[in-house]
Design a protein around this ligand. Structure first.
Ligand SMILES: C[S@@+](CC[C@H](N)C(=O)[O-])C[C@H]1O[C@@H](n2cnc3c(N)ncnc32)[C@H](O)[C@@H]1O
Length: 235
């Protein structure tokens, strides 16, 4: 039996909707999806307003806790978690097919350090993550919302960046990557005006060796898009 909470991805729905950084394309599970989520149910975490996400109780250890926002199909997410088994990862994504795919692979491979939550990351951070409790955030190739009239939908805006920083422990990092140069410049300028962080590279970062190519990155590179990486740390 599927937990019905999997179909609700945001606090405000319908008329109450605010500007969102995503569009929900599918909210229905086929038989294979139901099977994958039922068999991999131990990898799913559900949104519970007011309940604080606690890495030691989710993973039964006190390893560093890193949150990835918008993992897509989760290929890179899984590779990173396999490579760094001494870090706990929580992947946030609203795209149902991606959630199904990652949970299925997690269950097949039996990883112990990665869990998945299907919910709007803004709601999760605002309602379930304590301040100064996260060791790192991964945000790889968030939707660039190319048209000017859609820029307001971009995930990385000053208020979301401020929220991310408030949730980081001292010394924690934000690792952001995009193939949209103008979005990269915008995000870098937001970080430059943030007094709570340091940028060890002083600008864009060299490629971080442990990050594998993501699905969206491959698409961007095929179109000869330039990839920009940003790595900043909380003071
Ligand atoms: C362009 S895709 C990139 C996926 C993956 N990181 C990659 O590089 O292949 C961006 C993803 O972010 C997800 N997303 C956007 N806003 C989100 C939010 N507020 N909370 C959770 N996921 C979000 C979308 O559903 C989409 O799958």
């Amino acid at each position: 039996m599927i937990d019905p909470r999997i179909f609700k991805v945001e606090i405000r729905e319908g008329k109450e909707r605010t500007i969102k950084s995503y569009v929900l394309r599918n909210n229905v599970l086929d038989e294979k999806g139901e099977k994958a989520l039922t068999e991999g149910s131990k990898y799913l975490v559900y949104f519970e307003d007011g309940k604080t996400l606690d890495s030691p109780s989710l993973f039964s250890n006190s390893n560093p806790f890193v949150i990835e926002i918008g993992f897509g199909m989760g290929n890179a997410t899984l590779e990173i978690a396999k490579e760094k088994s001494d870090v706990n990862y929580l992947g946030l994504e609203v795209y149902l097919d991606g959630v199904v795919k990652l949970v299925k692979r997690l269950n097949e491979e039996g990883l112990k350090n990665l869990k998945v939550m299907r919910f709007n990351a803004v709601d999760v951070l605002e309602h379930m993550v304590a301040d100064e409790s996260v060791d790192g955030f991964h945000i790889f190739f968030p939707d660039p919302w190319m048209k000017k009239k859609h820029h307001k939908r971009r995930l990385m805006n000053p208020s979301f960046i401020s929220l991310l920083i408030s949730k980081l422990k001292k010394g924690g990092y934000i690792y952001f990557v995009t193939d949209w140069v103008e979005y990269a410049d915008e995000v870098l300028s937001y970080f430059e005006s943030e007094k709570r962080i340091v940028n060890p590279s002083g600008g864009f970062s060299p490629h971080i060796s442990w990050r594998p190519e993501t699905k969206f990155e491959a698409k961007g590179r095929a179109k000869e898009h330039e990839v920009r990486e940003i790595w900043v740390e909380k003071k």
